[in-house]
Design a protein around this ligand. Structure first.
Ligand SMILES: Nc1ncnc2c1ncn2[C@@H]1O[C@H](COP(=O)(O)OP(=O)(O)OP(=O)(O)O)[C@@H](O)[C@H]1O
Ligand SMILES: [Mg+2]
Length: 258
């Protein structure tokens, strides 16, 4: 059965895209069929996997087809990455979607309707969300079985969590009663510094009873920062490094939690 995971946090630059790519390839390495959805008009997942920014067929077209109720091939937008991950790309043309959804009936359901056409073919669908809690992110959470929350262990990192949890709760009540929290994942972790340790501890004591917090955190790593321009995952770029090891462990943890 397919599990749809929204990788979301309205805070910018906390590692959502890096996690979508590397957890995705990590799961492929464990024999899973994985589709990654780029739900961000910045198109960083698309570009980060080496696809061009001016693609003609993207997620936007697929969502428009759903909105207009026309028959279409849901695989038309699906790209195949050399490392075995499938991708539905996006680019800046997705920018208008947040606004155009406003006038659509059942506007929260559009992405879910699209993914329902694909989910039989995959074990995991990972949705790389944009840094906002707008209509696209609401679509992701309505389509998802769970939300994975990447978070840098900074002093203020947990501030936005209250708001994020409120949105998740609202979506559970109104559109998606089964929505779960996959967990909080610490990213860009520099645990050798005491403040990172302290901040992780603070998040654990504030939220550890309500939700899962991944054992394994993702270290700050030059190699992870570098792959964005290389079009590959950390497993292809630096397979013996600590970045690959940590995303590999995360993939196992996600697989075994299911
Ligand atoms: N573990 C890491 N170590 C070092 N750099 C990282 C790590 N993870 C991500 N980065 C870098 O930090 C920046 C932000 O990461 P990323 O794009 O994954 O965040 P994001 O949450 O998707 O951002 P946005 O909110 O803009 O979508 C990128 O330049 C990325 O290459
Ligand atoms: Mg991103």
């Amino acid at each position: 059965m397919c599990r749809v995971i929204a990788v979301a946090n309205q805070k910018g630059g906390c590692g959502k895209t890096a996690t979508s790519i590397n957890l995705g390839v990590g799961l492929v390495k464990l024999g899973q069929r994985v589709l990654a959805i780029d739900l961000d008009p910045q198109g960083h997942l698309t570009l980060g996997l080496g696809f061009p920014k001016n693609l003609r067929v993207t997620l936007k077209n697929m969502m428009e087809n759903i909105i207009m109720g026309i028959e279409f091939d849901p695989r038309e937008a699906v790209l195949h990455h050399a490392e075995g991950l499938d991708v539905v790309p996006s680019n800046k043309l997705l920018t208008g979607m947040d606004m155009s959804l406003i006038s659509v009936e059942e506007r929260e359901m559009v992405l879910k309707e699209y993914l329902d056409l694909l989910r039989d073919e995959y074990d995991y669908i990972l949705i790389d969300c944009m840094p906002s809690l707008g209509m696209l992110t609401i679509n992701a959470m309505t389509a998802a079985d769970s939300v994975l929350i990447p978070m840098q262990p900074q002093f203020y990192a947990a501030d936005g969590l209250t708001e994020l949890l409120k949105v998740i709760k609202g979506i559970k009540q109104r559109f998606n009663p089964e929505l779960a929290i996959e967990g909080i994942l610490f990213t860009m972790d520099a645990s050798r510094y005491n403040n990172a340790k302290r901040n992780k501890q603070a998040v654990r004591s504030a939220y550890g009873e309500q939700m899962h917090i991944f054992e394994n955190s993702i270290p700050r790593s030059e190699a992870i920062a570098e792959i964005a321009s290389e079009g590959v995952s950390i497993f292809a770029y630096d397979k013996r490094g600590k970045g690959a090891a940590s995303y590999g462990k995360l993939a196992e943890e996600v697989l075994h939690r299911a």
